[in-house]
Design a protein around this ligand. Structure first.
Ligand SMILES: *Cc1c(COP(=O)(O)O)cnc(C)c1O
Length: 258
């Protein structure tokens, strides 16, 4: 199983490098966030052992549960003389899916980056709780760049104004924009959405309404990450392509680690 996982990772990283080369970008300019929602704790441990530094979760409960269990496991590993992990091993966790205000408390201790801030009220809640915890939380603003109804994210037309508002909150650090491509096989539709997000990022920067830290674009998943990289993605969020072909026993999340 670990062999298959390693092969999948290698293949995805290779495709990322090729997309970077086509776009004339350095391969170091794109972070692979492995989205683990379908994977159990055993697989998460293997990912850490394989050197994956960034893990993402779509559901807040899963993020806090898995991050806590992984951290506990790493603590035990550190005490074991047989451990081959470096002492500072430990993934960074990314909250990539929709976050409700009443779940902020759950993810805040674990999330190194929240990709999915889509309302001022949510941003204010993260800001207030971060302030109480004495920390600054890096976040991205989620944009509904395709304009589809019933989709999370601020409308394109409201993005710059919202970025300006978030920039005033002291305990969050607004580091960029995030979007989800529309569900379609049409390459040009997908590319247009990614290019729109890149334009918004550039516009916010040239207009000076955001700080120097506003540089990141979280876009691209299994079906479209190469287009996203070619359009300027700095974070791709990939699940299916990493877990393809792994026979995942049902219920491992509940039982592993005990
Ligand atoms: C599940 C998920 C992903 C990964 O999707 P794949 O198509 O499996 O690569 C990325 N981002 C978000 C927000 C997700 O919920």
């Amino acid at each position: 199983m670990k062999r298959k996982l390693q092969d999948n990772l290698k293949r995805v990283r290779h495709r990322m490098e090729e997309a970077c080369a086509r776009a004339g970008r350095s391969p170091n300019s794109v972070t692979l966030v492995v989205v683990t929602k379908s994977a159990g704790l055993d697989i998460i441990r293997q990912l850490v052992e394989l050197g994956v530094a960034d893990l993402g979760e779509s559901r807040p409960q899963e993020l806090s549960r898995r991050a806590a269990a992984t951290s506990e496991w790493l603590g035990r590993q550190a005490l074991s003389p047989a451990s081959s992990l470096p002492p500072d091993a430990g993934p960074r966790w990314h909250q990539v899916g929709h976050l409700q205000r009443n779940k902020v408390k759950l993810v805040l201790p674990w999330a190194n980056l929240i990709h999915s801030v889509d309302t001022l009220r949510l941003a204010e809640e993260i800001d207030a709780q971060s302030g109480r915890a004495g920390r600054v939380t890096p976040v991205m603003l989620e944009v509904n760049a395709s304009g589809e109804p019933n989709k999370h994210g601020v409308p394109v037309a409201a993005t710059l104004h919202m970025a300006e508002l978030l920039e005033t909150l002291k305990n969050i650090r607004l580091c960029g924009l995030m979007t989800m491509a529309p569900l379609t096989d049409d390459e040009s539709t997908i590319r247009t959405v990614f290019e729109r997000l890149k334009e918004l990022l550039d516009e916010a920067r040239t207009e000076g309404i955001v700080g120097k830290q506003f540089t990141d674009l979280s876009m691209g998943m299994t079906n479209d990450f190469e287009y996203a990289i070619e359009s300027g993605a700095t974070h791709v969020r990939i699940g299916s392509a990493i877990f393809e072909g792994l026979q995942q026993p049902v219920g491992t999340v509940e039982t592993a680690g005990s």
